[in-house]
Design a protein around this ligand. Structure first.
Ligand SMILES: Nc1ncnc2c1ncn2[C@@H]1O[C@H](COP(=O)(O)OP(=O)(O)OP(=O)(O)O)[C@@H](O)[C@H]1O
Length: 490
């Protein structure tokens, strides 16, 4: 365990850079230090490792003040990867890594043991520099040199590792390899790590705790979600960021919000841009729309320029519908990475496309309604039957600027309007014999130009909610009536 208590220090005792910094990293924990250039991150590491003097406070390793350790005993406890290396270019990789074993020697290299050799070999393998073992550092790339210095610190086999920007010069594959390896050492072998990062996302992914420095002091310390707050980052870096969840891990990620924005007239999508082809309905736009959908291809949030509702045979069966649909899109000149696509058993000529407008702007609603498998959601638990295709696909394209909150509210509003249309047209769930609320495989797309009128909310009584409610209801009613006529029900 590493404990830093009220440490103050730096280059000049009269003007300490680091002031009153305290934190604890438990054995096997990783603390990431963040902060703007010149905020004192490197100086803090130097004060902790004793390279620079402290004028106040203390550093404890397993509750023992570091000042009580002999230099060699201290070096067996703490290994340091500095930010700028004294480039000993005349050394080979092996010689450089070997220097890390100095604290374990009784006298200089007179007792090179099997253990020393093992530590050097392991460190070179862990960092992937073993293949350059006999190469001089001057012949290596910046990233290979960086990994060699990390290997030197690892070969020291200290309990605590202090790293100053360990991923400097490394490509993303080597960043991942290095940080995965350090995380594994922490989790499996109890290595305690304090590391300076500039990349907040990497720090968030790999660290248990983050410490945000500002002008030599601790601005914030805690779990990544407690530190990487948009407002806090803005105040410390004077830079606007937006935070979002990592897709697989409960770790926040942040992205820069550029302050330069190109001015242009508001983008507008019109009904005329929808094209009805032989097998699909398509919308292509000259600019990306921000979309959220439950489509088969590219579901979730994203920015896209083409949207496809593809009609397939009722008996469409495919082992990998995602892959098949992707190939279908490519065949029809859509770029899969830029396209949202869904499927329906309804023939394309039955699509209903309507435009609705009010003083705040306009929306276009497109619906294909097939209700062969209509379901009353409140009675679905009584079913045992397998679902088959019979889908209401609803698109709502909004000429306006939505918040994430409005996207979600727009989805609710559109779904309620669809359900109301089912009710109005008395579409029955044939199993429960009650009015259906939808089908088993309905899809919804909300897409917006993100320009023009700002729409903070999209619930039913907001201006945009009113358009969505009316638009989806009326369009779905027409599509349902069309379906009934095609089936000979009316
Ligand atoms: N050798 C030095 N002598 C005197 N002052 C120094 C020295 N090195 C750095 N400083 C000062 O200490 C302050 C903190 O520097 P430090 O290197 O700790 O910042 P940092 O947060 O690591 O920055 P960066 O993100 O740029 O690496 C800076 O104002 C810097 O000018």
């Amino acid at each position: 365990m590493l404990t830093v208590e009220h440490i103050t220090g730096g280059y000049d005792a009269a003007k300490p850079i680091v002031q009153d910094v305290s934190f604890t990293v438990k054995k096997g924990g990783i603390l990431g230090i963040l902060g703007p250039n010149g905020s004192g991150k490197s100086t803090l590491l130097k004060v902790i490792s004793g390279i620079l003097p402290s004028t106040n406070g203390q550093v404890l390793i397993a509750e023992q003040n570091i000042k009580t350790f002999s230099p060699k005993a201290f070096a067996r406890k703490i290994a340091v990867l500095p930010q700028l290396h004294a480039h000993a270019f005349s050394h080979t990789v092996r010689e450089t890594v070997t220097l890390g074993r100095y604290p374990h020697q009784n006298s200089w290299f007179s007792t090179w043991s099997e253990q020393d050799e093992e530590a050097v070999q392991k460190a070179m393998q862990q960092t992937g520099v073993d293949c350059y073992e006999h190469t001089n550092l001057e012949f290596l790339s910046g990233g290979e040199q960086q990994r060699t210095f990390v290997a030197q610190a690892l070969a020291q086999q200290a309990d605590i590792l202090l790293l100053d920007e360990p991923t400097n010069h490394l490509d993303i594959a080597h960043q991942r390899q290095l940080l995965d390896m350090i995380r594994l050492e922490a989790v499996q072998n109890g290595l305690t790590v304090v590391s300076v990062f500039h990349d907040m996302n990497l720090a968030s992914l790999y660290c248990d705790q983050l410490l945000l420095m500002e002008k030599g002091r601790v601005r914030a310390i805690g779990e990544p979600h407690e530190v990487l707050k948009e407002q806090q980052i803005f105040e410390v870096y004077n830079t606007r960021v937006s935070s979002y969840p990592h897709p697989e891990l409960p770790k926040p990620q942040v992205t820069l919000m550029p302050s330069v924005s190109e001015s242009h007239a508001p983008y507008v999508v019109t009904k005329e841009q929808f094209k009805i082809r032989d097998e699909f309905v398509e919308l292509r736009t000259d600019f990306p729309l921000k979309a959220v959908s439950s489509a088969v291809h590219n579901a979730g949030f994203g920015w896209f320029q083409s949207f496809v509702n593809r009609a397939v045979d009722l008996n469409y069966m495919c082992e990998d519908a995602h892959e098949e649909l992707k190939r279908y899109l490519e065949k029809h000149d859509f770029m899969p990475s830029n396209t949202v696509a869904m499927m329906t058993a309804v023939a394309v000529e039955h699509v209903v496309i309507r435009e609705f407008s009010s003083s705040i702007g306009s929306i276009i609603v497109a619906v294909t309604a097939g209700v062969g498998n209509a379901v009353d959601v409140s009675r679905a638990h009584e079913r045992v039957s397998a679902p088959y295709i019979g889908t209401i696909n609803t698109w709502v394209i909004i000429n306006g600027k939505l918040t994430d909150e409005s996207f979600m509210q727009a989805m609710i509003t559109a779904t309620e309007a669809k359900t109301k249309a089912m009710h109005s047209e008395e579409i029955m769930d044939p199993i429960s014999n009650t009015i259906a609320t939808g089908t088993s495989t309905d899809s919804l797309l909300i897409a917006s130009t993100q320009s023009g009128t700002f729409m903070e909310y999209a619930g039913p009584i907001t201006d945009i909610g009113k358009l969505i409610g009316r638009g989806v209801f009326e369009t779905t009613v027409i599509a349902l009536q069309d379906y009934k006529r095609a089936k000979g029900w009316i």
